[in-house]
Design a protein around this ligand. Structure first.
Ligand code: NAD
Length: 433
């Protein structure tokens, strides 16, 4: 069965009226008030330290030379090296990357990681080029970034449209730029590498695993029985598919899924493993035989217990917030809920596990990978999972306590906690000179 391309009705990423950077700035302002952060710290954090734009040529397989635009935004490195993913998507823009880079600063601080925040990407459609071209684009981008990245300075990782393979090419290119003597010591220039190339066990599923640890804490707090419950998932890539697979082991059935090709419904529940294998092989959920094609509107109106948005920002606007019939929104994606959507959902008593908390399992296990690279160690998957569980659940409870104490939303509490930690360090270190 082939799936008709469901029209991606607005709001959507790249929508002209949606200023993602301003949205994140407004959260920062609100959280700064809640946490009583000094104005000078807000001023520093309101803009990234560096915004790098590179234009680089790549010869395509048909002989034509195409020029690509790549970005790396380095938001803050007070707590440690800049850290954050690289996105390959046609709608990558400087402002969106700035928003995503700032969110990485909050995530690292929230999880007590010795990292700052960064984000980057290239504005193009990775589905529209061959694997050879993808490799050339990645290598040329890494070369163009040059010394702007490094294992002690700025450490990329996978995001939308990139994966372990992309990271292996980046690491290989970087290690060939530093000279033979240093080659082995720069493995930590990227995280999310394949395990055979110096990655860690447990990283590919880490963001989904972290999301599940948060959902487990939420269920415990609410005395909600996960076994026998239902979920809908938007985005069935790294984060969405791993979340669905891990939750399926806890008895949660995924009854609707969607990605850039369309949406599918199966009231009996999808076999998350098989659907993940299908996406791995074909690049999308299109053509998966076990479900009925539905529209994006039908997807958002599907009744379920949990919605895991795991695709892009600004997917839950006013219409979607009114249509959603769920108890919990677990934000695997960064920025999936618009502020207008959020206020409608909170008014309807729908709980939201906000991105900076809920999807921070990815950067946390990236930190474990970086530590293993530094020490030439390799930890077991159990060890990685156990450390992640402790970190995610502890942070969930810290955020939850702050929500009760300050009577603010979970999102603002998560931001406030992160800001408090960063502000404390600014206070100790003061401003140079
Ligand atoms: P991915 O490329 O593996 O998957 C992205 C998914 O989104 C795909 O299924 C794709 O089809 C879908 N998608 C793209 N455009 C869409 C559209 N217009 N409508 C519906 N679906 C669309 O990326 P990923 O790594 O799983 O990242 C997903 C989200 O999670 C992003 O917001 C990313 O920033 C966030 N995130 C990722 C990680 C990580 O470790 N990979 C960590 C934290 C947060």
């Amino acid at each position: 069965m082939s799936i008709p391309k469901a029209p991606l009705s607005k709001p959507n990423v790249g929508h002209k009226d949606y200023d993602f950077y301003k949205v994140v700035q407004d959260y920062l302002e609100k959280a700064a008030q809640v946490a009583e952060i000094e104005p000078y710290v807000r001023t520093i954090l309101s803009q990234p330290k560096n915004e790098i734009i590179v234009n680089f040529p790549v010869r395509m397989e048909n002989g034509e030379v195409r020029l690509f635009k790549g970005y790396r935004v380095q938001h803050n490195n007070l707590l440690g090296p800049f850290k954050g993913g690289m996105r390959y998507h046609p709608q990558v823009s400087l402002d969106d990357v700035k928003a995503l880079a700032a969110m990485m600063t909050w995530k690292s601080a929230l999880m007590r990681l010795p990292f700052g925040g960064g984000k980057g990407g290239i504005k193009f459609d990775p589905h529209g080029v061959s694997k050879t071209e993808l490799q050339r684009i990645t290598r040329r981008f890494t070369h163009a970034l040059g010394e702007n990245i490094g294992p002690e300075y700025d450490i990329p990782a996978p995001d939308v449209g990139t994966n372990g393979q992309t990271m292996a090419w980046m690491m290989d290119t970087y290690s060939n730029m530093v000279g033979s003597a240093q080659k082995q010591s720069v493995k930590g220039v990227v995280t999310g590498k394949p395990v055979s190339s110096g990655g860690t066990l447990g990283r590919s599923k880490a963001t989904g695993q972290g999301l599940v640890f948060c959902i487990l804490e939420w269920a415990r707090e609410r005395s909600f029985e996960l076994e026998g419950s239902t979920m809908i998932v938007q985005g069935f890539g790294n984060v969405g598919s791993n979340t669905a697979v891990i939750l399926s082991r806890l008895g949660v059935s995924t009854i609707a899924v969607g990605d850039h090709t369309g949406y599918l419904y199966n009231p009996e529940g999808f076999n998350a493993h098989k659907l993940q294998d299908h996406v791995e092989e074909h690049g999308s959920i299109a053509g998966y035989p076990g479900g009925k094609a539905i529209t994006r509107e039908e997807f958002f109106a599907t009744r379920a217990d949990i919605f895991a948005p795991c695709a892009l920002e600004n997917q839950i606007g006013v219409a979607e917030a009114k249509a959603l019939d769920v108890k919990l929104i677990a934000e695997g994606a960064n920025g999936p809920t618009s502020p207008e959507g959020e206020s409608i959902l909170l008014g309807r008593n729908v709980d939201i596990l906000p991105d900076v908390l809920a999807n921070s399992g990815g950067v946390t296990v990236s930190y474990y990978e970086w530590v293993q690279n530094k020490r030439s160690e390799s930890w077991s998957e159990e060890e990685v999972d156990e450390r992640l569980e402790v970190g995610m659940k502890r942070t969930y409870r810290e955020v939850s306590d702050l929500v009760r104490q300050k009577k603010c939303s979970t999102r603002i509490a998560a931001y406030a906690l992160a800001l408090t930690r960063i502000a404390a360090v600014y206070k100790e270190r003061e401003i140079f000179p």
